[in-house]
Design a protein around this ligand. Structure first.
Ligand SMILES: *[C@@H]1O[C@H](CO)[C@@H](O)[C@H](O)[C@H]1NC(C)=O
Ligand SMILES: *[C@@H]1O[C@H](CO)[C@@H](O)[C@H](O)[C@H]1NC(C)=O
Length: 259
């Protein structure tokens, strides 16, 4: 038994040493208590993060996925989480749901191919201010993704391979409505409005800004009109029809899409 206890004590001390040697504690410009564990090769949140922590910087580590349980112990107060420059390939709807005061989520420069449709639904209750998804591999914005946070003031979506098929409709209308809230980084300390920099990566010959896609009611197009470039969507009641530059037609019905 004493051996068990001394092993436990040893492990606890070791945890403390690992934490204190790899992470630094200070305050950020808003005087929020900050813990920074940058470029430490971490794949999980190290043990022993102070329960007062409001800003957690995990930039440049080796995280591949996240689950909310990793925040247990300091979830109540956390306001900013920086997960940029990791290897994150998957998230869950509940990844950030136990963080009631979260204001900033930075997922920039990860490898996310897709977003869970309800990721933002239970994140704080209107306090979220920044969602940074620049430089990932996301090709589709799930329908209604921002519906629980309709006026998010800083959204970064550039440098993702957005696919401009029929399913781009939600992203297109989001960019139209929220143009004033969409930015991109321009150098280390600057941001610029960037709704037009959210561009289609495909279909192959379509490299237009998602925002610039024109939506025209079919009934408004006179018979025999030559299709404007580069991409025009027609909305016919609940189905959607689009023409590409090649004049090939695609027809979409609900979520099904043939091109
Ligand atoms: C997110 O991380 C990227 C990459 O490290 C950085 O350039 C960007 O400024 C950060 N965004 C925010 C909103 O802090
Ligand atoms: C995207 O991230 C990669 C590495 O993570 C980096 O080399 C590249 O410069 C970034 N691109 C942009 C446009 O930020």
């Amino acid at each position: 038994m004493p051996r068990f206890i001394s092993t436990l004590v040893f492990l606890m001390i070791r945890c403390f040493i690992v934490t204190s040697s790899s992470c630094q504690s200070d305050r950020n410009q808003d005087h929020r208590p900050r813990v920074s564990c940058v470029s430490q090769g971490l794949t999980a949140v190290p043990a022993g993060i102070d329960a007062d922590t409001q800003v957690l910087v995990l930039t440049g580590n080796q995280f591949t996925s996240l689950s909310w349980s990793m925040y247990s112990g300091f979830s109540e107060l956390l306001m900013e989480i920086y997960l940029d420059r990791n290897q994150i390939r998957s998230l869950h709807d509940s990844t950030f749901s136990e963080l009631p005061r979260l204001e900033v989520i930075n997922l920039s420069e990860n490898k996310l191919p897709a977003l869970p449709p309800r990721l933002l639904e239970r994140v704080s209750s209107g306090g979220l201010k920044t969602f940074d998804l620049e430089n990932n591999s996301v090709s589709l914005m799930p329908d209604g993704f921002f519906s629980s946070k309709p006026e998010l003031p800083y959204v970064y979506l550039t440098h993702n391979p957005w696919l401009c098929s029929c399913a781009v409709g939600y992203l297109h209308s989001y960019l139209n409505d929220q143009e004033h809230n969409v930015y991109m980084h321009d150098g280390p300390n600057d941001i610029v409005p960037a709704a037009d920099s959210v561009v289609c990566s495909g279909p192959p010959h379509l490299m237009t800004s998602v925002h610039q896609i024109q939506w025209i009611l079919h009934s408004l197009i006179p018979e025999g009109t030559k299709m404007p470039n580069p991409l025009v969507f027609f909305q016919i009641s609940n189905s959607l029809m689009f023409f590409q530059q090649t004049q090939r037609a695609g027809k979409c019905s609900g979520r099904r899409c043939t091109e």
